[in-house]
Design a protein around this ligand. Structure first.
Ligand SMILES: Nc1nc2c(ncn2[C@@H]2O[C@H](COP(=O)(O)OP(=O)(O)OP(=O)(O)O)[C@@H](O)[C@H]2O)c(=O)[nH]1
Ligand SMILES: [Mg+2]
Length: 408
């Protein structure tokens, strides 16, 4: 590192008013762009950038300058600097990650705080007085949505959706009762759970007794050989995951070790597998409870299945339909939300299973224009709104929902 870095090292930084981040993907590319902003941006850029022909034209807003990023007398890269305004510059370097790393170190050494692109956007949107809180949050949340339908849901909450519904409450506050607002909050929050799955994806755990066909089903849904299938009960001991697109959903599918009380007291690997399965069940969005539907119900009564899936959304999958249909799910004594007969081995009933998954998760025919919350802040405020004691509190919560600074 050259002298300019040492001279202006961390010891000299009292107040950070300059931020730098790489806004392009961190991989080899033709070009990579570094964004520099803040009221110290011009001074920092001036220290590391030497314009061709010595003409900086004072870094006039709107100008584009060719020149070199330099570390003392050493040229790091030939670059194009875009002067976007008094406090904003972009440095377009050659896209070798090593060059970018060097340029970023130079910026740090000259007083810039290095931040992630997401943090840069968060600060920009937070400080934008013309942007409402929901609009700011939407810009950030959009970056992370895992499906296009999720992007659409978020986009629809600005101007319409959530923003429009809560603004409407504020405008018509005199004619609305607290009970009206509370019940609307409840349905928005319920819908937000399904929206959250479309926006961010979720986790489906495939569980059930040993040898029922869980791994075969995972392979069937994931469309490839992911998990080992044999006719020996207890084949899967460790969990196996696969990413799977179920129409508008991007779900992580997890195949687990068969739930069997007998194994909990057995050797330590089996015992740990059983504990891991229960742990995965406790944190998932949906359980596919795979049972051998060709065998009678008595086999599954009691045991470890019921407590492990209690309180979760459950679709009972009666597998091995090619061998017959002996099992009546009502005789299981379990609570479940949907039930489908399939043959995982013969790839039959899988479309019906996908429809059932989408229905139980509330994402079938999801109307992307309806109001939903897509951040924790929104969910918290809507929850408080549903419990508001008087209209003064309603007004203040809505004002906070619409105007507070974005925080994702
Ligand atoms: N006839 C029939 N056999 C199936 C079906 N699905 C799975 N099998 C068979 O059932 C046996 C067990 O299948 P797996 O997928 O390994 O079962 P598992 O539930 O993962 O078993 P563990 O990992 O031991 O808990 C294998 O011989 C499969 O070929 C099906 O739909 N029909
Ligand atoms: Mg298995």
């Amino acid at each position: 590192m050259g002298t300019s870095c040492r001279k202006n090292g961390p010891g000299r930084r009292n107040k950070m008013t300059t931020f730098a981040c790489v806004v392009t993907a961190k991989s080899a590319a033709a070009i990579s762009t570094i964004q520099i902003s803040g009221d110290g941006a011009r001074a920092v850029v001036g220290k590391i950038f030497r314009p061709a022909g010595g003409n900086s034209s004072g870094f006039e807003a709107g100008s584009i300058l060719l020149g070199d990023v330099v570390d003392g007398e050493q040229v790091v890269d030939q670059v194009v600097v875009g002067c976007e305004g008094e406090n904003g510059f972009s440095i377009n370097c050659h896209g070798n990650p090593l060059i970018i790393e060097m340029a970023m170190e130079l910026l740090r050494g000259n007083g810039a705080e290095l931040i992630s692109a997401e943090e840069m956007l968060r600060r920009r949107y937070t400080n934008d007085p013309g942007l409402g809180a929901i609009a700011g949050e939407a810009k950030l949340a959009r970056l992370k949505a895992v499906t296009l339908e999720g992007v659409r849901i978020i986009a629809n909450q600005v101007g319409g959706g959530l923003e429009s519904v809560v603004s409407g409450w504020l405008d018509g506050i005199d004619s609305l009762s607290l009970a009206d607002i509370s019940s609307q909050c409840e349905s928005i929050l319920a819908r937000s759970e399904s929206a959250g799955l479309i926006i961010g994806g979720g986790r489906v755990v495939i569980a059930g007794p040993p040898n029922s066909g869980k791994s075969t089903l995972l392979n069937c849904l994931a469309g490839r050989q992911k998990a080992i299938v044999t006719d020996i009960a207890g084949t899967t001991r460790d969990w196996v995951g696969a990413e799977c697109r179920i129409e508008s959903l991007l779900m992580e599918l997890i195949d687990t070790a068969g739930l069997d009380d007998g194994l909990r007291i057995d050797d330590s690997i089996d015992r740990r597998s059983q504990e891991k399965t229960v742990e995965l069940l406790e944190s998932c969005d949906l359980v596919l409870l795979v049972l051998d539907g060709s065998r009678a119900a008595a086999k599954y009564k009691g045991g470890s299945v019921a407590p492990a899936i209690d309180g979760r959304k459950v679709v009972v999958v009666l597998n091995k339909s090619d061998l017959g249909a002996e099992l009546n799910p009502e005789e299981l004594g379990l609570n479940f939300d949907g039930c489908v007969r399939i043959s995982a081995r013969e790839d039959r009933g899988i479309d019906e299973l996908i429809d059932e998954i989408r229905t139980v998760l509330g994402v079938a025919d999801f109307d992307v224009t309806q109001a939903v919350c897509f951040t924790e802040r929104q969910r918290r405020l809507l929850g408080d709104l549903g419990q508001a004691k008087d209209k003064r509190q309603v007004k203040s919560l809505i004002t906070e929902l619409l105007n507070a600074q974005a925080c994702v």
